[in-house]
Design a protein around this ligand. Structure first.
Ligand SMILES: Nc1ncnc2c1ncn2[C@@H]1O[C@H](COP(=O)(O)OP(=O)(O)OP(=O)(O)O)[C@@H](O)[C@H]1O
Ligand SMILES: [Mg+2]
Length: 463
């Protein structure tokens, strides 16, 4: 097995030859370039664990320029500079630009080997740290023990190690991105990049260059060449989020890359081969998009090798307490708080809510509770006070719509009372004071509007 892939860049053929021989014998896999231009071209197409770069190459662009370009394109690339006539200034400049080390010519094999070993050890540590961080990051843990989630996790475990494409659907905030990340981190590609592109967030005229990259000057504003997400995800995973929002024209171009495994940057005719696992997600009803001809069927079949449907939170109510307690921990850490407890009645209240925004909404609510909490025990009334009115009846939502004035006023009044009661945790005295009413008057209105404190048996109803 090779100790690492190294690109040696020097304009002196003799040095290239002797270095290659020495390093190959030691077990490194060697590639060479006799000019800065060739070096950039090669580095743009292939991965090298390390690049050894001569500072001074009189014929074309200098080593320092190559260093600058490479670092711009891939900041994590490891480079070691070589020089026979270096000044302190060049060394400082190279370090500032991100060179890992500096070798003085004449080169001794011993010194080179030591430098290489150290550099590669550093890179390995860096990679390990990155993957460890990814594995431990609590943001990437999937919580849930309900049957639907257990099934989903089993499917992830089965699918991840394969190179199969996955197509993830589900409502807003159900955890589609989390599933995509899990598929990557449980795969053989886990030490390679996980790159995400939100297809809905990129302006349509820029999406091609975002995906495939571009050459300098290929369009107004393209001041320098740039790798696209496909190239960045080489040997790793590309997560195409909100794929349902991709325009048809772009869908065709994507299809071609998936079929052929190669692409051209915008403004270039040169073909680049990529090895990328694509995972796509959407919250759109994809069958409907297909029926209306807004999504290409052939692309869909390419992408949808393994389908994942992430269930809405209301279909896994049993997971709500687990998730809530998890987010309580996370939110306390993020907001430097300690010792907060979600009491049983608070958990029950959370289980009763319908969660139209799914797990993301639950996460936000818990964070809000943590921030607003004045006492360590979080109770049902605190929960009610921060829950949005998504469970108000449609008539109440329509309070602002036109209708007979009297009816509108009635509905508005009812809504105000209900909201204040919730905010005050159903404490009558406080609510009455807040609304500027006598307590007896408030009771009367509550009776008239049929407002009463909800109990667990009520399910979702609030009045
Ligand atoms: N099962 C889960 N366990 C822990 N955290 C979760 C879980 N599901 C979702 N989350 C958290 O909820 C938030 C929303 O999840 P995510 O972004 O993956 O949803 P999404 O389906 O991609 O949403 P959207 O459709 O809005 O893009 C994230 O902060 C995520 O970490
Ligand atoms: Mg998402």
């Amino acid at each position: 097995m090779s100790l690492g892939r190294i690109l040696i860049v020097d304009d002196e053929p003799n040095i290239l030859k002797s270095l290659s021989r020495a390093l190959s014998l030691e077990g490194y896999e060697i590639d060479t370039a006799e000019s800065g231009e060739t070096a950039l071209e090669k580095a743009g197409k292939q991965d090298y664990d390390l690049i050894m770069l001569d500072v001074r190459m009189p014929a074309g662009i200098s080593g320092i320029e190559v260093l600058r370009h490479v670092k711009q394109r891939s900041p994590e690339q490891l480079l070691v500079m070589m020089s026979g006539h270096s000044t302190i200034e060049t060394a400082v400049e190279a370090t500032r630009l991100g060179a890992h080390d500096f070798l003085e010519k004449p080169l001794s094999t011993e010194k080179i080997l030591l430098t290489l070993q150290n550099a590669l050890k550093f890179k390995k540590l860096q990679d390990e740290n990155a993957s460890l961080r990814n594995q431990l990051d609590p943001d990437y843990v999937i919580i849930g023990e309900s049957p639907v989630m257990t099934e989903l996790m089993a499917k992830i475990a089965k699918t991840a190690p394969s190179n199969g494409r996955a197509f993830i659907t589900g409502e807003n905030g159900t955890g589609k991105e989390l599933v995509a990340r899990m598929l990557h981190f449980k795969s053989l590609r886990r030490d390679r990049p996980f790159i995400k592109l939100n297809c809905a967030a990129v302006p349509t005229d820029l999406i091609e260059s975002e995906l495939f990259g571009h050459e300098r000057g290929s369009f107004t504003g393209a001041f320098r060449s740039r790798k696209g997400k496909f190239e960045l995800a080489h040997r790793g995973t590309l997560f195409l989020d909100e794929i349902g929002d991709m325009r048809l024209e772009m869908q065709s171009k994507l299809l071609r890359v998936l079929q052929e495994g190669e692409l051209e940057r915008v403004g270039s005719s040169e073909t680049i081969r990529v090895d990328v696992r694509v995972i796509a997600a959407t919250n759109k009803n994809i069958e409907q998009e297909l029926r209306h001809g807004r999504f290409r069927e052939d692309l869909y079949y390419r992408l949808n090798v393994v389908p994942f449907l992430v269930p809405p939170l209301r279909l896994r109510v049993g997971d709500i307490p687990l998730l809530a307690l998890h987010f309580l921990k996370v939110a306390q850490r993020e907001n430097v708080k300690k010792g907060l407890r979600l009491m049983d009645d608070a958990l029950e209240e959370l289980c009763r809510h319908r969660w139209p925004g799914n797990v993301r909404e639950l996460r936000n609510i818990i964070e809000r509770l943590v921030i607003l909490s004045g006492e360590p025990d979080i109770r049902a009334e605190h929960v009610r006070a921060v829950l949005p009115d998504s469970d108000l009846s449609p008539a109440e939502h329509g309070a602002t719509s036109v209708g007979p004035l009297k009816e509108c006023v009635r509905q508005f009044e009812r809504q105000m009372i209900l909201r204040t009661l919730r905010r005050e945790g159903w404490k009558i005295a406080q609510t009455a004071r807040n609304l500027g009413l006598e307590r007896s008057h408030l009771y009367k209105k509550m009776r008239a509007y049929e407002i009463r404190k909800p109990t667990l048996e009520d399910g979702h109803g609030d009045s």
